[in-house]
Design a binder for this molecule. Sequence first.
Ligand code: AMP
Ligand code: MG
Length: 413
Amino acid sequence: MRASAYPLVDADEAAALVLDHTPLLGVEHVALAEATGRVLAEDLAAESPLPPFPSSAVDGYAVRAEDAGKTLRVLGESAAGRPFEGSLAPGTAARILTGGVVPDGADCVVMVEDVEVAGERVTVPRGLVPGVNFHKVGGDLRAGDVILHAGTQLGAAEIGIAAATGRARVPVHRRPRVALMSTGDELVEVGKTPGRGQIPDSNRWALLAALREAGAEVGVLGIAPDDAEALRRFVTGALESADALVTSGGVSVGTHDLVKPLLESLGTVHIGRVKLKPGKPFTFATLPSPHRQGQGEGLKLAFGLPGFPVSSLVTFEVFVRPALRKMQGFAQLQRPTLPVRLGYDARPTAERTEYQRVTLRREGQELVAETTGSQSSSRLMSLAGAHALVRVPAGHQGLKAGTVVEAMILALP
Ligand code: AMP
Ligand code: MG
């Protein structure tokens, strides 16, 4: 063991520093079929009003309100997609179906249930009010209205709205390409029988899932041994096309921990230790890009996550996920938070902010947080099924049961 040369950086300062170095990726235009989950790169305005024509909300008769109480001559029909082309003079009506264009001259639609029909004549009730039973031009959207703001993630409704305004493609930020590497002589591929002293490379799969959930395209480099030359070979080729490198393991102060020296030799290590539990050895570096891909895309980010499974996922949550979201242009970088009442005494760590894993349950109007049990950084079961992370400030106070805190929500119960 060696003493670390890296200062312990405050966890919030470290998170801010990572974001300061994180570029916004370029824009591409994708077909709506590929747009799910992508982040809009520009405000989208409606080019034309919606609906684009006065459209009937019911099946019935388009009439003039002034003809209330009269028997009218039916001139024709206006169905969805098959408008009645004439205009309605006083004393006339047109049969109309939902979605049909309200003909010129008509100012109101009477529901079929409210009329009496006799051949080509229809008797409408008294007291008709203009403007009833149809959607006005621009009633949903006026031309020029901003319909979707840059930074919005595209889901079903947003994609529907883009389609309704006639867009087949939408401008979105490129997804970050991430090279993922596990390090450690003890690791074997999942599915192979580990020998004595060996363990399955579980971080790869956990981080692959976390990266994809955060919108990244992942290239898996596999398991690199604890050997300086081998590590270098693993990353050099991969860095050509990646925006970021995410590694796990090899960042503590053991003699086999070679990721920090590797990153030192490739670029600039900004953070080598953080006041965070779990995740003290978290490492962050920027690496020069062999070829610039456009403005603001000059640097690649490198995240050296600790090997302990919980440490790697918690540091991913705190540092990597917000950065990946910034790259994609998300307006919202952080997980949402909600006030939760602690159902347990959260003990502090003197020097480090701790992110404790909790489950949530509803109690009346409140969410109550219970610990997921032992918070050991090797115990992934503390994170499996966790609904939230509770931030316990460094110091000696801790948070007593009953305290209400803002928790980072991972999933609601
Ligand atoms: P390290 O950060 O390399 O010192 O690793 C710390 C601990 O995490 C050790 O017990 C490792 O065996 C374990 N570990 C490291 N990498 C992985 C991985 N990819 N999957 C599961 N456990 C790991
Ligand atoms: Mg190791």
